[in-house]
Ligand binder design. Sequence first.
Ligand SMILES: [Fe+2]
Length: 292
Amino acid sequence: MSVRVIPFTPTFGAEIEGLDLTRTLDPDSLETIEQALAQYSLLSFRNQKVSDEQQLAFSSRFGRVHQSVMDTARRRLTDARFGDVSNIAKDGGLLTKDSERRKFSDANQLWHTDLSFMAAPARMTVLSARQLPPVPPATEYADMRAAWDALPPKQQRALEGLRVEHSIFASRARAGFTEFSAEERDKAPPAIQPLVRTHARSGRKSLYLSSHAGCVVGMPEDESRALLAELTDFATQSQFVFSYSWQPYDLICWDDSCTMHRATPFDSEQHVRELRWNAVCEPAALLATLSV
Ligand SMILES: [Fe+2]
């Protein structure tokens, strides 16, 4: 079966048909995915019953896989290359509403870009649906290239060159979670990112925002907060947003350099949802071209 790219919309989101991700990707398939990712930013592969090893093998074809530095005592999954996007507690039951991990992951319902608080942020995130509730909650994606294109040229000129400080503790505090150890805080210092990025492959410009974004470097705090909030509101208007409907065993990946995303709520005290997350880091050579 040949590989087909089936767009969800003319410019944003596509399904890739004809690939079995439990097997090693050949170079042509890898190139098809890279090209589709640069064009559509969000890709879906249906009915992929991958193991953890197979998911990692897929992700690692796109670059270095991120490894978490967060406290291992909080984690259910022992492999630090996986994020546990689930409501399953370490004892196998469902997380309670007031559990620490629940509060931590609730921050994923804020619009964000994965790992924007790292010096080497995510270039691509991979998420595999292992268990879904009867009515799976959608994951929403904002096309930050389309948002950039829609800004008035005068505002675009004013934004180019601005730099933004991102921190994991900024987004977690917004979600009411502040209980991090001094060691964890030391391990995750803030990162400075450009506010406007140019995609290395497509050449398209996009806004680079996230709930992790705390302030614009060199701008008064009030002005900085207002600007980031205004741009986030602008970029997440419905005309820029695609809502992804999950099916069992979907594996999806997206380009973090030109999208934001957020989780939506579901009845997590009644139903299990288990997704496996990993992220591929931006390569150092590309980061060097961003001039932050
Ligand atoms: Fe995320």
